[in-house]
Structure formats: structure tokens, C-alpha cells
Design a protein. Structure first.
Length: 277
């Protein structure tokens, strides 16, 4: 229950930060790599503080091969997700990222877990919900390729992350190390593509209050995976992300087809319940 609560609250802060940052990028107040840098910087700082206070920076050198793969895939995920955030509708991101869940269940079967009949029913209902959305123009297809890649790649990175924090590293060390390389990547990209230094934006009041909630979100969701299986936490995260993205997409970005999206949301939540509970 703790993990579910952390994931639910974390997704709210996440959607707030992403929607606010997306508006700033549209208004030319920051570039997409500065946007990413500001969001991940605060997760990085909060995790360092927690590691110091709790004395919990635990790292096993045996995890290095998996860590290298994880860091590379996470950097790729960040690059793609930034472009998806800007180019795709918020509800498109929310709905299609749901496909990570059945992929995680398939990965679980390869790891030796049995796929129950409830999971199969849930996958069927979820797919029906997405088909209704697609056939009734409920999803804007702009940027859809980015979102599909993110959902597939996320299944791999989440599986590696769960394995590492279960068998090798603490949550803090796993993400502090990964975020260090992500921040270097975003810093270099911002300088290279836009000749802009993201660090100078860190303490601008408006950008701070827009990006700091992402730090809170990242910490909450990172720890949520300690309290429940990856498929359960990811399902809660994706389910609430769909809800928040429908709301922000309609109220902030004036996205259309609200009724169809709500119908699909109900079906998708029903499918998720069958899959993981």
C-alpha cells in the first residue's frame, strides 16, 4: 500500500512539472535540454541529501555491467522522452505509456513467473481501450513514434532497475550514479544545440517552482519500487499518469475528444486491475 501511495502522489507532481515545463519551452523561455536538466537536477540533489542523512549509498561493483546498460538506456529514454513531451499531446503520452505494463508481464514470464489468466484478460481489456481511442481519433498521432519507443524501452529499464535495487544497490546509489551521467548529457546537449547554460536557470523563481516538484516525484516513485512488484508500481504510476495527463491536456493544452478519452481510461484502469491485482 505504501508503494501504491508513493507512486500515485509522485505522478501528480510529475505531471505538474512536465506540463509547466512544456509551456515554458513552447513560450521560448527555455530549451528542451534545459527543461530536462532542471527537472533531473532536483531529483539528483534530493537523493544525495537522503543518501547522506541515511548513510545509504550502497553500491556493489558486481552491478557494473548492468549499470552500464541501464545508464545508456536511461540516457536514450531521457532524450526520446523530452522530444515526446514537446511534440506529443499529454494524453497521447499518458495512454500509450500504458503498454509498458503488458511488456513487463511478458518479461516476468521469461524470468520464470507464471502469467495468470487474469493478466491475459487484463491485457485484452487494455488493448480494447487503446483501440477505441485510436479508432475514434482520441489520440493525436503527432510524436507517437517517440512515445511507443519510450514504452518499450521503459519495460527494459524498469526491469533492470528493480533487479539492481533488489540484488545489488540502494535506491540512492542506483539513481545518483545514473542521474550524474544524465545531467552531463543534458548539459552538453544544451550547450551544443542551443549555446545555453542550464545552470543559470536553476534558481530563477518561476522555473524553480515548476521544476522542483519533478524532484519530489522522482524520489517518491524511485522508492515506491521497494514496496511492491515492478508491474504493480508501474501500473499505478501509468494509471494515474493517464488521469493527470487527461486533465492537464484538456485544461492547459485544450486537447479534444475528452469523452472518448474518459471511456478508454475506464477500460484501461479495469485492464490494469485484472493484470496486477
Amino acid at each position: 500500500m505504501i508503494g501504491v501511495f508513493l507512486a500515485a502522489i509522485g505522478t501528480f507532481f510529475d505531471e505538474f512539472a512536465i506540463s509547466a515545463g512544456r509551456s515554458e519551452v513552447f513560450n521560448k523561455k527555455e530549451n528542451i535540454y534545459t527543461f530536462g536538466f532542471l527537472n533531473f537536477f532536483w531529483i539528483f540533489i534530493l537523493l544525495i541529501i537522503m543518501a547522506i542523512v541515511k548513510n545509504s549509498f550502497l553500491f556493489d561493483i558486481a552491478s557494473i555491467p548492468l549499470m552500464i546498460i541501464f545508464i545508456i538506456l536511461e540516457i536514450l529514454q531521457v532524450y526520446i522522452s523530452l522530444h515526446a513531451t514537446i511534440e506529443a499531446d499529454r494524453s497521447t503520452c499518458g495512454f500509450l505509456m500504458i503498454t509498458t505494463i503488458p511488456l513487463l508481464l511478458i518479461i516476468d514470464t521469461f524470468l520464470g513467473y507464471k502469467l495468470e489468466i487474469n493478466s491475459l484478460i487484463g491485457i485484452f481489456i487494455l488493448v480494447i481501450g487503446l483501440i477505441i481511442l485510436l479508432l475514434n481519433h482520441g489520440i493525436n498521432k503527432k510524436g507517437i513514434g517517440y512515445v511507443i519507443f519510450m514504452s518499450i524501452n521503459a519495460a527494459v529499464t524498469i526491469s533492470i532497475y528493480k533487479y539492481c535495487i533488489t540484488h545489488y544497490n540502494s535506491v540512492e546509489s542506483q539513481y545518483i550514479i545514473t542521474l550524474f551521467f544524465i545531467l552531463i548529457f543534458l548539459l552538453v546537449m544544451s550547450f551544443w544545440k542551443y549555446k545555453e547554460n542550464p545552470i543559470k536557470y536553476l534558481f530563477k523563481r518561476k522555473l524553480f517552482f515548476e521544476s522542483f516538484p519533478r524532484g519530489i516525484s522522482g524520489v517518491l516513485i524511485s522508492f515506491a519500487y521497494l514496496y511492491a512488484p515492478a508491474s504493480v508500481i508501474t501500473s499505478v504510476k501509468r494509471g494515474f499518469s493517464v488521469l493527470w495527463s487527461i486533465i492537464s491536456g484538456n485544461k492547459i493544452f485544450h486537447e479534444k475528444h475528452l469523452v472518448i478519452k474518459i471511456i478508454s481510461f475506464v477500460l484501461i484502469i479495469t485492464g490494469l486491475v485484472f493484470m496486477v491485482f
